[in-house]
Design a protein around this ligand. Structure first.
Ligand SMILES: Nc1ncnc2c1ncn2[C@@H]1O[C@H](COP(=O)(O)OP(=O)(O)O)[C@@H](O)[C@H]1O
Ligand SMILES: [Mg+2]
Length: 364
C-alpha cells in the first residue's frame, strides 16, 4: 500500500477509536481536577496548614495510604488553592522519587544545579529564599535513596529555627519508624491515614472524569469499574481511570480485559522501580507456593547468598512486607497452620512482570 495512504487510513482508524474522548488530559494520571471529590483528610491538612500560618508553630504531618488513594492529588490541589487565593503560607512540592536525595531536593526547590555545592550551602540558600510560613511537601518520601541514609533534609528542616512545616507523603506506613531516633524526635510528625476509597467514592471520581473527558458513557460501566477496582486492587483509582480510558478507546470493549491490561501496565512500572532486594523478596515469594512468610524468608536469604547480596534481617524483611503491600503487590493475611497463627502472602501481580523487571534492570 502507498505509505501516505497507509498513514491516512491508520489515522482515520485511530480517530474512530478515540471519537468518544472529549478531553484527553483528564486521563493523565497526574491531572488535578478543578475541585477533587472531597475527602476528610484534605480538610485536616488544610486546617493544620492554616493553624501554622497563623501561629507559625509547625505540626509536621506524615500522611500515608496505599497507592492511588489520592495523596498526591490532594496536596497538589491544596498547593494550587493556597497559591491562587494569595494566602500567606507558601506550599512547596517535591517528588522524592524524581529527586531522591536531600541534595537533589534542595537543588530542585532552588532551581539550582547540585554540582559543586555542599549540602549546607544549599540549605543556607534555601533559608535565604524561603521564610515562614513555608510548607514543604515531600511526596513519595519512601523512595528516598539508600545513599541518603541519614535523610538529612528531614533533620535540617525539623531542627532549624526558621519553623518550616513538613508534610511527608508515603505508601509505606512504616517509613517513620525507619528514620533515626535523633531526627524522629525533632520531627515527631502527626500520622494521617488516607483511607482506601469505597465503591461510592470511587464512582464519584470516575463520574467526574467521565463527564469532563467523554462525550458518551454509561453509568453502569462506571459502577462496574468501581466495583472491580475496590475488590481487586486495594482501591487504586489509577487502575480504575486507566480501565475507563481503555474501555473508551479500544475496540473490543471487554471490561475484564481492559481492567487486566490497566492493572498490568501500572504494575509493570511499579515493579521496575523496586530495588534489587525487594525484587529478590518477590522472587522468593513466587517460588513458595504455600505463601508462608517464614519459608519465603528462608528462600530469600538463599537467593541473596547466590547473588552475593546482603539480605534484610528478619524484622526488616517483615516490616518491608507492609511496604510491598502498600504498593498493592502482595496481600498479607494471618492464617492458622496446625495450632498457631502465621502469615501468608498472596501475590497480586502477574509473575512474568517480575521476570521482565529482572531482565530490564540487571541482565541487560
Ligand atoms: N478525591 C479525588 N478526586 C478526584 N480525583 C482523584 C481523587 N483521589 C484520587 N484521584 C485521582 O486518582 C488518581 C490517583 O491519585 P493520586 O493522588 O495520584 O494517588 P496517590 O498519590 O495516593 O498514589 C489520580 O489521577 C487522581 O487525580
Ligand atoms: Mg502519589
Amino acid at each position: 500500500m502507498d505509505p501516505i495512504d497507509y498513514l491516512k487510513r491508520t489515522r482515520s482508524l485511530v480517530e474512530m477509536e478515540m471519537k468518544h474522548i472529549k478531553d484527553f488530559k483528564v486521563f493523565d494520571l497526574n491531572f488535578v481536577p478543578e475541585i477533587p471529590i472531597n475527602r476528610p483528610e484534605m480538610d485536616k491538612i488544610a486546617k493544620a496548614v492554616l493553624k501554622y500560618e497563623k501561629s507559625r508553630i509547625p505540626t509536621h504531618i506524615f500522611a500515608f495510604g496505599s497507592r492511588g488513594c489520592g495523596k498526591t492529588v490532594t496536596m497538589k490541589y491544596l498547593q494550587r488553592l493556597f497559591d491562587t487565593s494569595s494566602m500567606e503560607a507558601k506550599l512547596l512540592y517535591v517528588n522524592v522519587r524524581e529527586h531522591n536525595t536531600s541534595f537533589k531536593m534542595f537543588a530542585q526547590l532552588l532551581g539550582a544545579s547540585p554540582r559543586g555545592v555542599s549540602l549546607s550551602e544549599l540549605f543556607a540558600r534555601f533559608k535565604g529564599h524561603f521564610s515562614a510560613p513555608t510548607v514543604l511537601i515531600l511526596d513519595e518520601i519512601d523512595f528516598i535513596s539508600e545513599k541518603d541514609k541519614d535523610k538529612e533534609i528531614l533533620y535540617l528542616l525539623s531542627r532549624c529555627s526558621e519553623n518550616y512545616m513538613l508534610i511527608l507523603l508515603a505508601n509505606n506506613p512504616k517509613f517513620v519508624s525507619d528514620i533515626d531516633t535523633r531526627t524522629r524526635s525533632s520531627l515527631n510528625p502527626a500520622p494521617l491515614h488516607f483511607k482506601n476509597y469505597d465503591a461510592i467514592q470511587m464512582l464519584k471520581i470516575l463520574q467526574q472524569r467521565a463527564e469532563k473527558g467523554l462525550s458518551k458513557f454509561s453509568h453502569s460501566l462506571l459502577n462496574e469499574i468501581s466495583a472491580l477496582a475496590v475488590k481487586h486492587t486495594n482501591s487504586d483509582v489509577r487502575v480504575a481511570l486507566k480501565t475507563l480510558y481503555y474501555m473508551a478507546t479500544e475496540k473490543g470493549n471487554d471490561l475484564q480485559e481492559c481492567f487486566q491490561n490497566a492493572q498490568r501496565d501500572l504494575t509493570a512500572d511499579l515493579i521496575c522501580d523496586l530495588n534489587y532486594n525487594n525484587l529478590l523478596v518477590l522472587k522468593a515469594a513466587l517460588k513458595t507456593p504455600n505463601g508462608l512468610v517464614k519459608e519465603i524468608y528462608e528462600k530469600y536469604t538463599r537467593l541473596c547468598s547466590l547473588k552475593n547480596e546482603r539480605p534484610f534481617s528478619y524484622p526488616y524483611f517483615y516490616n518491608n512486607l507492609s511496604y510491598l503491600q502498600s504498593l498493592g503487590l502482595i496481600l498479607l493475611a494471618s492464617t492458622k497452620v496446625g495450632r498457631t497463627y502465621t502469615n501468608r502472602i498472596s501475590l497480586l501481580f502477574q509473575p512474568e512482570l517480575l521476570q521482565t523487571a529482572f531482565e530490564s534492570k540487571f541482565e541487560s
